[in-house]
Design a protein. Structure first.
Length: 148
């Protein structure tokens, strides 16, 4: 969290109400599962056709995309900037260094929903969240995998 006006519950409520198929992943997902770790940004994996829904839902909270939907589709990712940073992955699939592939559709099928206060948050299943952590395999990702 960077700005004083940022409200995580509002973020999660807007995402849930957007109608966009999105999965919270990255370290915030690990935090949502109870890990005693810190992070300052949010990572969402989004269905490639739901960019407009997602962006429209977060615009009233002060978030602006760094790329048009067409540019985001071409690059596979973009950022929403506001009181905090939201990294958005829109790739249809991603692979770890050892070649293990995970598609958004498979992760969406196996998703889990958690309560975060008064709102629900959708995450990849634990095995799929571990797969996403293997994409980078940074020291903090390996720490998160041990927790999971």
């Amino acid at each position: 969290m960077e700005g004083e006006s940022f409200d995580e519950s509002e973020l999660f409520r807007a995402v849930a109400a957007s109608g966009a198929r999105s999965l919270l992943f990255g370290r915030q997902a690990v935090v949502a599962l109870g890990a005693p770790v810190l992070t300052g940004d949010y990572d969402f994996w989004l269905a490639i056709d739901d960019i407009d829904k997602f962006n429209r839902a977060l615009e009233p909270l002060g978030f602006s995309p760094t790329k048009t939907p067409e540019q985001a589709r071409a690059s596979g990712r973009y950022v929403l900037e506001g009181d905090t940073r939201i990294d958005v992955l829109i790739a249809r699939a991603a692979s770890s260094a050892d070649g293990e592939r995970l598609s958004f559709e498979d992760a969406w099928t196996r998703r889990q929903t958690l309560r975060a206060g008064a709102v629900e948050v959708t995450l990849p299943s634990i095995p799929d969240l571990i797969r996403t952590k293997r994409w980078s395999s940074r020291p903090k990702d390996l720490e998160d995998i041990r927790f999971l």
